[in-house]
Design a protein around this ligand. Sequence first.
Ligand SMILES: CC(=O)N[C@H]1[C@@H](OP(=O)(O)OP(=O)(O)OC[C@H]2O[C@@H](n3ccc(=O)[nH]c3=O)[C@H](O)[C@@H]2O)O[C@H](CO)[C@@H](O)[C@@H]1O
Length: 366
Amino acid sequence: MTQPLLIIAAGGTGGHMFPAQALAEAMLRRGWRVRLSTDARGARYTGGFPHTTEIVEVQSATFARGGILSKLLVGPRVAMGVLSSAWAMWRDRPAAVVGFGGYPSIPALGAAWLLKLPRMIHEQNGILGKVNTLFAPRVACVACGVWPTELPEGAQGIHTGNPVRRAVLERGGASYIAPGDYPMSVLVMGGSQGARILSDVVPAAMAMLPEEIRRYVRVHHQARPEDHDRVTAFYAEHGIEAEVQPFFQDVPRRMAEAQLVICRAGASSIADLTVIGRPSILIPFAAAAGDHQTANARGLVEAGAAILIPEGMLTPESLADQAATILGHPEGAQMMARAALSAGAPDATERLVSLVEELAGRTENT
Ligand SMILES: CC(=O)N[C@H]1[C@@H](OP(=O)(O)OP(=O)(O)OC[C@H]2O[C@@H](n3ccc(=O)[nH]c3=O)[C@H](O)[C@@H]2O)O[C@H](CO)[C@@H](O)[C@@H]1O
């Protein structure tokens, strides 16, 4: 029997790529061929994809970046991308096409629409991104990471949750060692691209912790490359043991070992926290479209698993206060860790897989 082909379209930020990776892992395990259609930016996050994933780089075009000339070229570039994707799809007849948002998903979804191939999209946030808004009424269904998600007229939404990578699932529910008089790990993450504000505030906050906590703290701090040296120097000057990197390849392990996570509220960061189950302090990116990171954080905050500090209220003092509350109260921290687990959807990948199989008209294990 020929292997069915799934085309996954995703790109831009890691936020679109990690859930795409989770689906690729699951479909390959089920015997499908998987082709990822992405752009040069997305290609930076393909290191964790199984090596059997076929990766195709498409021309990506957006009005959001570049000068007048590149804006004028958006239309022709998108048209070229759609046509070349359509040619490949006409030749290879994929059983299904799934988009995860971002401009690089336009060529594959546009081609699937032209050829009337089975297609759907996954939206990670409670508010649809631009490309997903365009395609929502033109696909069989919108798998939603957050529920409820506002959808345009004519779109059919189904709640799946946000799928997480296999490495995260493998740490799912790893037992939590509550804070105490021993080395305590604090993981600081700004999302796939890092966050300047965390590098401005977190080191100073760690330095302000009461001495009985501070002496045990070990920080794992993801900082943008341009902030790396000053953050490293600050921790060293203040005698705080810290590892600073522009991107941690092994977040699942570091998160599982953390007593506290301080991070943005991107959809996959939140999903990782709920699957592994760790207390967190969340600082949503205020400029995110429709303030969707605050919406992403709501579930964890309402479950008692996270403390939210809006960007405007983030100071070394406010952060040190909240971090001390968590690291100084083992029982409370333990409850937060448990509450995080209760807010998760660890079966999100399975739900998405079922939808893809249904879409492709094959429910049997191929
Ligand atoms: C600034 C911005 O627009 N952010 C958006 C982007 O977030 P962003 O691209 O930051 O993505 P997410 O927070 O959803 O995911 C980040 C992922 O990167 C992993 N990670 C992070 C740091 C690191 O060093 N190593 C590592 O592996 C995290 O564990 C997580 O799984 O897409 C998300 C999904 O559409 C949105 O919810 C976010 O609002």
